[in-house]
Design a protein around this ligand. Sequence first.
Ligand code: UTP
Length: 289
Amino acid sequence: MVQPVRKAVFPVAGLGTRFLPATKVLPKEMLPIVDKPLIQYALEEAMEAGIEEFVLVTGRGKNLMEDHFDHAYELEAILLERGKLTELEAMERMTPDPGRLSYTRQRRPRGLGHAVWCARQFIAGEPFAVVLPDDLILAAPGCLKQMVNAYRETGGNLVAVEDVPREHTDRYGILDVETDNGRLAKARGLVEKPAPEEAPSTLSIIGRYILQPEVFDHLDKHEEGAGGEIQLTDAMARTIGDTEFHGVRFDGRRFDCGTKIGFVAANVAFALSRDELNDDVREVIQSVL
Ligand code: UTP
């Protein structure tokens, strides 16, 4: 039986330069999709998947996230006074139990691999999930829950994957596929951001991972990869051989909310998915068009 996944790391120390000027002061992960910030969707997805302990790898200017997951006494008192119990409940539901949410700082944005490495003490020898909040996935059950189910079959390292157009392979980590049954693909290698003509497949890794703690043996070396950054993909690739590596195609739709178009599309799709908003949103879109 595989060891259960109880912990999750949320790397949120990136600079979000593609979303300036919005992200000059506001962390990218606090951008709202309809009425919830990205980071909250990410934590809720992890809670649904059975995650019990959460660590945010933050950086300078990211303090708003700590406040977001703290009590807001004045606001709560006013909501209570005004009888706004639905809103009050929604705020209480979203926060992990005391002591279950931790923060560590990356200090300098040296890449995703480095951000994950910064959480090594917290992971302490267990399998763990990594969730990138700017990859937002509309799915029921959530993407991480689907992965935890698949992980019971595969064990080892498991990432969520989707097929991308060949001309986009240079934006993603790409699997070198050994076998593929249409849902699960077993990889014999990984390449970070390969040029389209060099990509071993078009199966790309998206921002959800379940990893064994041995990945830290490789992250410890601080080797720089594509773009001079310490890449998580490179460290994962080096575990192949000792640990099996699978990609799972998930049911659902992913939005890259680190890009303007992905952010707009996510707002439309998430608004349409809500019964109380669907009719009005359709009307608004039609009138704008
Ligand atoms: P991105 O590649 O989207 O980078 O990082 P970014 O810096 O956030 O955004 P741009 O490219 O400047 O617009 C993917 C994820 O990895 C985290 C980011 O916060 C994001 O969740 N990350 C990236 C870190 O935590 N630290 C890093 O050094 C790099």
